[in-house]
Ligand binder design. Sequence first.
Ligand code: NAD
Length: 341
Amino acid sequence: HEPEAIPTEAIREEYENLADLVRKYRFAYYQEDAPLVSDAEFDTLFRRLEEIEALHPELVANDSPTQEVGGEVSAAFAPVEHLQRMYSLEDVFSLAELEAWLNRAEASIEKIGDGGVKAAWLTELKIDGLAVNLLYRDGKLVRAATRGDGTTGEDITHNLLTIKEIPQELRGNGFPAEMEVRGEVFIPSKAFAEFNEALIEAGKAPLANPRNAAAGSLRQKDPAETAKRPLKMFVHGIGAREGLAAGSQSETYGLLKEWGLPVSPYFEVLETRDDVLAFIERYGDQRHKLLHEIDGIVIKVDDFGTQRALGNTTRVPRWAVAYKYPPEEVHTKLLDIQVNV
Ligand code: NAD
């Protein structure tokens, strides 16, 4: 986009209203675990906000939703400062946008490596859950926190420990003196359906969707309540680390798995763009047959050195992108209505 001259009053007003609406929807989604609109609807509004900002950079304030990781810290939990900031992900909504993103990333990588670096793409499923940050010191879990605003999260250690697969102590040896393990907490699709059936049988209201159910479950005040929910976690990143002997993210996953952490069975390291596109297509076809819900695919630069060289914006890493599948239209037989899921 070519930046336009001075924004008119009408543009300024549209922009302010849109920013307020995005803030309101984020609050309902992150703080109350009760979204007011569909993700597709939210994404469209967010996109429009980014478009206006691209045309009128002078409108962009430091507290614009595009400059922040969505999510706040509730007073119900003790605040936790992450050792290393947690980020969101840049989204693309079509294969053409993905190609453009890959072109840009490959050009930057080539510059960094003087043409000698070859990008290997770590492709993963984008799990529709809640991001958490686990701090291990000398192999012992010190605390667990939600992402919050990226800098400060909420202490949910007791709730997280109700998830059986998460080790309080790592097994084996060679683990770093200190490391932050990032992952996604989710409710598997089958367990979600069963949990909801049980609620309905008991005359209670079912949970709206697995993502908000996972977020709501993890942010209970009483860990005994969390323990009743069928939560799981898969690792998808690493934050601060001291003495980690691994040069890439996939290599790190191998180590984390050895140490007893739950690593997703679905990730792959791919050399070519065609392989990345095939991965997207394959999981697009299978998305409802997987262990958990997904809303897209995450494509990351695997090599840590290249990740560091590419760096981050205030909101997202420049070395990763989320491809979002188009929202599906579900036609119900009884009622002739369409709903976005
Ligand atoms: P995001 O969900 O688009 O991406 C970042 C997050 O993806 C990470 O923090 C992590 O938790 C998660 N993730 C899942 N699998 C991952 C993987 N393999 N690797 C890395 N990260 C992985 O960004 P966001 O800022 O958390 O939220 C935006 C999303 O939330 C959008 O999908 C948006 O539609 C939705 N949202 C909806 C509403 C609403 O009202 N419906 C409001 C706010 C946000």
